[in-house]
Write a protein that binds this ligand. Structure first.
Ligand code: PFF
Length: 454
């Protein structure tokens, strides 16, 4: 064991590794973002394209990140410095740390809304209200200059506090307890939703594809979301991979995390769309989908009081196991590249991200007129990070693994605690060398108008 790896924290158990990586993957992306973008871009058609991207691009990029992290035992930036000294590959890491900044800034805002909805649910704040009043409640909350900012800061504080405790005592312990609880609550909600009268239309919307509804924007969003939901493209899993012990089976980790994340997104869809249709709500409602429509659904449902508390607690829990992984990318970078201790690098990263987060929150109200490319600060952070930085990061991570790191080293790294048959290895190398980079490049070039299909 090298001196560096002795000094570094590592995950204590095999389940801990899977729990932490799945805790990172499963979050607002699955429960808040997936339903609303699937609703916007045609339901099942979007779902199928997204699933194709998960399998052809997500899986190989996830394995690449874990290989890079575990073999270098460094943060997202340092990993490339160790594996490819003196080359520009390290800038992938800078791209990743920047993406982490942008993502956590708006992520903390949505998590803050979720905390407010836990409070409102406990106070039974929806039951006396008409659908219009519930919608106004949401709009008033997100446009207000004080409350959502305080909630976002509170959420960021909690994220920072968990990250300070460190990998073993913090990340692993929390995700290990919280993940299984989350899955149970979601299964309960889905059963409830599917048993509602009129649920069938929601299931058809989610599972019966109409590919004529697909647009270039929809395909780019499906690609961006495949990265976002699996926490890929910015070094989160390079950073977590660096805490994984040598004897861990990386293949098992990748498959378990991808399957768990995908099933939970589909489960969230099953929990939401049948209910949305049963109560005559628009699936293309937008980012407010769960916040504006679900309280209506809950308070018309028997047992809705309890379901609404459970749902928003679940959302907040899922958000925090992801936000700690996003913050960890920046913290590990500060610690290792600037020789800072965990505590001060966490405090610094949390403060900087929170400031950007305050701007995201205010862009829903007082700063709403400040726009770039027609997007306010919040939407801009989301769009640039999920639809551009993550896929571009993923493209280079795939190229690095396929062309620079190479088949032999991949095989060696995977063979530590795992096994990839010759044919599987060939498929993996083919995916990272050609399929993932070319597919990502086509989708992005098409979006920016440099490549069109007529
Ligand atoms: N995967 C998380 C979610 O679906 O909510 C969000 C996320 C975490 C994105 C970590 C990117 C990341 F690196």
């Amino acid at each position: 064991m090298s001196k560096n790896s002795q000094l570094r924290d590592s995950f204590g158990s095999k389940f801990g590794v899977i729990a932490a990586a799945a805790g990172s993957a499963v979050g607002l992306g699955n429960i808040w973002k997936f339903p609303y973008i699937a609703g916007e871009y045609g339901g099942a058609a979007f779902l199928f394209v997204y699933l194709a991207f998960i399998m052809a691009i997500g899986l190989p990029v996830m394995l690449s990140e874990l290989i890079i992290g575990r073999s270098s035992r460094r943060n997202a930036f340092g990993a490339f410095k160790v594996l490819a000294p003196g080359t520009p590959w390290r800038y992938i890491g800078i791209l990743g740390v920047s993406a982490a900044f942008l993502i956590l800034s708006f992520y903390g805002v949505v998590a803050g809304w979720s905390v407010q909805y836990v409070i409102l649910s406990v106070q039974d704040g929806f039951s006396q209200k008409s659908p219009d009043e519930i919608s106004t409640l949401f709009t008033t909350l997100i446009e207000s200059p004080i409350k959502p900012v305080m909630l976002q800061l509170g959420f960021m504080f909690a994220t920072g506090a968990i990250v300070i405790i460190g990998v073993k005592k913090g990340i692993e312990k929390y995700t290990k307890i919280l993940m299984p609880v989350l899955v149970l609550i979601l299964i309960g909600l889905s059963i409830k939703s599917v048993s509602l009268e009129g649920a069938k239309a929601g299931l058809e919307f989610l599972f019966k594809p109409d590919f004529s509804k697909l647009t270039g924007d929809g395909i780019l969003s499906a690609l961006g979301h495949a990265f976002f939901t699996l926490s890929l493209g910015m070094g989160t899993l390079i950073t977590y991979g660096s805490y994984i012990k040598r004897d861990n089976n990386l293949i098992n980790t990748v498959i378990s995390v991808t399957v768990a994340d995908t099933l939970i997104a589909i489960l969230a869809g099953i929990a939401i769309f049948p209910a949305v249709f049963a109560f005559g709500i628009e699936p293309s409602e937008g980012p407010g989908l769960i916040f504006i429509t679900l309280p209506n659904v809950f308070h018309q449902m028997p047992g809705g009081y309890i379901f609404s508390i459970l749902f928003f607690v679940l959302l907040t829990v899922a958000a925090i196991t992801s936000s700690i992984s996003i913050l960890e990318v920046v913290v590990a970078y500060f610690m290792e590249e600037f020789k800072m201790v965990r505590k001060s690098s966490t405090v610094l990263a949390t403060i900087l991200i929170s400031i950007l987060g305050v701007l995201c929150s205010l862009s829903m109200g007082v700063l709403a007129d400040y726009k770039l490319f027609g997007l306010n600060i919040f939407d801009l952070m989301d769009w640039i990070s999920a639809n551009m930085l993550l896929p571009i990061g993923g493209l280079f991570i795939a190229l690095f693994t396929g062309w620079y790191f190479g088949r032999k080293k991949v095989q060696e790294e995977v063979a530590n605690g795992g096994n990839l048959s010759g044919a599987m290895l060939t498929i993996f190398i083919f995916l990272v060398k050609f399929v993932a980079p070319i597919a990502i490049a086509i989708v992005i070039l098409n979006k920016v108008g440099l490549l069109t299909f007529s």
